[in-house]
Ligand binder design. Structure first.
Ligand SMILES: *Cc1c(COP(=O)(O)O)cnc(C)c1O
Length: 431
């Protein structure tokens, strides 16, 4: 018989997790078995969806060669865009390292599909912070407002449902594009399921069939089996240093959807007349393929981490959004820690569990654009990557931390146990 190896508890202890903390976590992990299995089944479904798309487009070693200069006839880039289109059920895709981040991808989708005199509508309340400057809600150089594109917003009702009456009123002759943010981002409203997004789009199209419905898909990819293009969206937009990059893409963004919408974006990204034909993929294209391939299981790990944390912190009396039992539509977990000490301890734990920079201590700092100090924990291979385990929160009431990611479930678990360890050591929780 093989000699029994050292226990898990022992290796956790070596990393600084007390037996008590380990056991506290284990209790919840045991209870979550069925839910984790359901997440694994979704990951399996999405894994096969990705493999099917790679096979359909006959991805081969030549696709990983990369190109330089103008990037004409870049087989790897063009094939990857076909793979994305197939995987996310669009007619066309733009997937480029020249798209610098999620905000850039969203700005590109908006600015290329709107013209002076058009109106943009958000029927789901205030969009993500950085989009305020893109739209011109906060005056900013180069915003849509400067180009004569107006903006309307209809907030969700207090219970989180759509305000159909006012959405109908807000749609008018000028409304060209509707932007729907899937993830709650850093707000308290619920994240929208793909099904709910479908209901909203059906309603909007029943009033104005030709309006373009764009979904900000950040943090939502591969959480469910369906994506928003399957329920009527015209365009989905996201970042490759979140879910679909699988932690391997070092940069990039994507737009998938109707051919015309994607072409407009391509002409804006490069130049009228050039469009998708230029844009060298340099040396990063293989990581885009491999990242997409891994993304379904990476997202599953992040989801398990979020649910594990919700269960642990809810049991300790901290409000959590989503709560311990709710269904999940993105990978973000908010925990209201109620005191600056707890918020700082939590972030220190996430940092201490990181594969990179675990030796540094996160401190609150005055980040540009924020009124209050912010604390951030991230020890990522790719700078700013939030599919890797990361946490942040502003130092103000109610001291909520937002955390997300984890390239593997085991790392997410260690991060959460370490956060609990730090709160425990500081005497902030009784376990
Ligand atoms: C992250 C995010 C963005 C912006 O992406 P960046 O890459 O940070 O510019 C936009 N919308 C949502 C919902 C996001 O989560």
């Amino acid at each position: 018989m093989q000699k029994r190896g050292r226990t898990l508890e022992a290796i956790y202890q070596e990393l600084g997790i007390d037996a008590k903390v380990y056991q506290y976590g284990k209790k919840f992990e045991d209870q979550l078995k069925e839910r984790f299995e359901e997440i694994d089944r979704t990951a399996e479904y999405n894994q096969l969806k990705v493999i099917k798309a790679l096979q359909t487009h006959k991805v081969s070693a030549e696709c990983f060669m990369g190109s330089s200069g103008y990037g004409y006839n870049d087989l790897g880039r063009d094939t990857l865009e076909e793979v994305y289109a197939t995987c996310f059920k669009g007619e066309a895709a733009l997937v480029r390292p020249q798209i610098t981040c999620g905000t850039h991808a969203l700005a590109l989708a908006l600015m290329s599909n709107l013209r002076p005199g058009d109106e943009l509508l958000s029927p789901v309340g205030k969009p993500y912070d950085t989009l305020e400057e893109v739209i011109g809600i906060r005056p900013s150089k180069g915003s849509l407002a400067e180009y004569g594109v107006t903006y309307r917003q209809v907030d969700l009702l207090p219970d989180g449902s759509f305000d159909f009456k006012n959405i109908k009123k807000a749609l008018n002759d000028k409304t060209k594009l509707v932007t729907i943010q899937r993830s709650k981002g850093y707000q308290t409203r619920p994240t929208l399921s793909v099904e709910r997004i479908g209901e909203l789009i059906s309603f909007i199209k029943s009033i104005k069939p030709d309006v373009i419905c764009m979904v900000d898909n950040c943090y939502g990819e591969f959480v469910e089996r369906k994506e928003p293009l399957e329920v009527g969206a015209d365009m989905i937009v996201g970042s490759l240093i979140k879910n679909p990059g699988g932690g391997l893409a070092p940069i990039g963004g994507y737009i998938v959807g109707k051919k015309e919408c994607v072409e407009n974006a391509a002409y804006r990204l490069t130049s009228p007349g050039l469009g998708k034909e230029v844009g060298a993929s340099l040396g990063v294209i293989q990581s885009f393929y491999q990242g997409l391939f891994l993304a379904p299981t990476v997202v599953a790990g992040a989801l398990k981490g979020a649910i594990f944390a919700a269960n642990i912190y809810e049991s300790l009396g901290y409000p959590v959004v989503p709560n311990s039992t709710e269904s999940r539509h993105d990978i973000i977990q908010a925990v209201t820690l109620k005191s600056p000490e707890a918020l700082i301890a939590f972030c220190k734990g996430i940092q201490a569990a990181a594969p990179v920079d675990s030796h540094v201590t996160p401190e609150p700092w005055a980040m540009p654009g924020y009124d209050d100090e912010v604390i951030m924990a991230a020890g990522a291979f790719v700078q700013g990557s939030s599919i890797e385990l990361s946490a942040d929160g502003p130092l103000r009431e109610p001291y909520a931390v937002y955390f997300q990611g984890g390239l593997t479930w085991y790392h997410a678990k260690l991060g959460i146990l370490m956060s609990l360890q730090k709160l425990y050591e500081a005497g902030l929780v009784q376990i």
